[in-house]
Design a protein around this ligand. Sequence first.
Ligand code: 13P
Length: 269
Amino acid sequence: MLIPTWLSSAPALGEVLLLIKATNTKRKKLVIGNWKMHGDRQFNATLLSDILTRWNSENQVETVICPPYPYFQQVIELIGASPLVMGAQTISEHDSGAFTGEISGQMLSDWQCRYVIVGHNERRRMQHESDADVALKFLAVQRAGLIPVLCIGESLEQRESGNALEVIGAQLGHVINAAGIAAFENAVVAYEPVWAVGTGKTATPEQAQEVHAFIRSRLGSVSPRILYGGSVKAHNAAQLFQMPDIDGALLGGASLVAEEFVAICNAAN
Ligand code: 13P
């Protein structure tokens, strides 16, 4: 039988699989700004306009803004066709129903969100979200066709008693048990040591790299982007981004200052 030339020169299945893996391992840098409960219409308008004025059009980093829910409409209008995309700070684990005050994945998807943060330490501590709750939220994000950003991280006490990796492994383990490792093909993990969030104390690049490598090892051949979060600023971002397993940052305070935010995105480029 004559084999058409396009087929005879096509790569074998093994080569295709290797190619897919090579493409997967090239992880595009990602910077997410978590505005938390900050901003108002005036502040948001000024911040986004400053960010877009300073934006370097050559920048290849993927950039996400997570505003408080009431400002979704405003943020969507202001970011328009710019490279910025919108994400949410949390989600309900339910798809619909009598859950006063909650927001479903379908609603977030309707609002053109692409990413949803789950398991942020502020929600784990202040809203008492358990590992089981976080796993349900992770599943809800994926059911809505969105990308979960799973936050995990140890407290100062846990680090000082030498239990950081054990705690992080357990937090990750709950989600792996509920969703399966393959679910991480379409997810982002954010390592946020509780002691570094909003404190001005950043993990050293080596401390962060150790945890990121550990998280990656727990996920086997699946290799999602793993972000570092906790007092990332323009002056320390570049060193963190140079580490082989740090694929970007989850920002709090620095996402509210246009100059800092854009400088961090440039450092990730
Ligand atoms: P800071 O950057 O203010 O430390 O906050 C990090 C954070 O919690 C992002 O979700």
